[in-house]
Design a protein around this ligand. Structure first.
Ligand SMILES: *[C@@H]1O[C@H](CO)[C@@H](O)[C@H](O)[C@H]1NC(C)=O
Length: 280
């Protein structure tokens, strides 16, 4: 397969993104306990009836090259943009001509931890020492609404049913993919979770809907990840599996906070299985 010739696409991911993440790592932001959140109240998730006032995100769009019958929505990480992952869409698109790729751009907003500097971010990162209490749930839910609007547009305006949509992302985008995907009223074809974590810990399991209890989840994580460390991936997958989710967990030996050719090959296999061309 030609995907074997994939060059080092990962070097194209903006360096700025990594600088921020490395800084976060060294300040200790990611040193969280994955299971110690005792909050149990469940927010009222907005429904589609509240959609009219949502500000739409811009996105990098890669159209299907054959008849469009499935869509992948892939969400970038902190400090990045949709463009950062577009080369991956181009590569995958060669093998998935029926698939449209949508890479939404995060709004630019001040990130408290980074001295309030504005950067593309799906939610704020507030507190270094006590992340368990202080994850920016409000910001996450606001971004969730915007990502959900993309899903709704795809279903209602472009006629792609949810069971032909895969949603997911990388790092902070992985969090958004899980939050949007697993709390949705729609049943998706699949969820892609790269180098991220389940947000809001145990509370998250009180927020999920029933629609995606059996939806296949592709999880990729490098065991040398120094940013969202590997044990957080493992803990997140354990939490999902304990709640009977259908998670396909892939460890990439030696991989840091990024991706690698093998992961993209595995992702391609997952997409071919969950949104095959011929069942359209
Ligand atoms: C993608 O398809 C849409 C709808 O058919 C069209 O409006 C848009 O111009 C296309 N974009 C590109 C880059 O071809």
């Amino acid at each position: 397969m030609r995907i074997d010739t994939l060059t080092a696409l990962w070097s194209l991911l903006p360096i700025a993104c990594l600088n921020v993440l490395v800084w976060l790592y060294f300040t200790g932001w990611f040193h969280l306990e994955a299971s110690s959140n005792l909050l149990t109240s469940v927010p009222n998730l907005p429904t589609s009836k509240m959609a009219s006032s949502i500000k739409r995100l811009t996105s990098v769009i890669q159209n299907a090259t054959a008849k469009h019958s499935a869509t992948v929505i892939f969400i970038h990480g902190l400090g990045d943009s949709g463009q950062g992952w577009a080369p991956v869409g181009e590569e995958l698109g060669q093998y998935l001509p029926h698939v449209k790729f949508i890479f939404p751009n995060a709004p630019s907003q001040p990130v408290t931890l980074n001295f309030g500097m504005r950067m593309p971010s799906w939610y704020d990162i507030v507190d270094l020492g006590d992340l368990n209490q202080e994850q920016d749930e409000k910001g996450m839910l606001a971004s969730r609404q915007q990502v959900m609007q993309i899903v709704r547009d795809e279903i209602e305006e472009n006629g792609i049913p949810a069971n032909r949509i895969v949603i997911g992302g990388f790092s902070q985008g992985c969090v958004m993919g899980l939050l949007t995907g697993l709390t949705a009223e729609y049943k998706f074809a699949g969820i892609v979770s790269l180098s991220g974590y389940v947000p809001l810990h145990k509370k998250f399991m009180n927020m999920v809907s029933d629609a995606n209890r059996k939806t296949p989840i592709f999880w990729g994580h490098g065991d040398a990840d120094q940013v969202v460390r590997y044990p957080y991936g493992v803990n997140s997958v354990d939490l999902l599996k304990a709640n009977k989710y259908n998670v396909n967990f892939n460890t990439y030996p030696g991989m840091g906070h990024g991706s690698c050719n093998q992961e993209i090959r595995d992702l391609l296999a997952f997409l071919k299985q969950t949104i095959p061309e011929d069942s359209a």
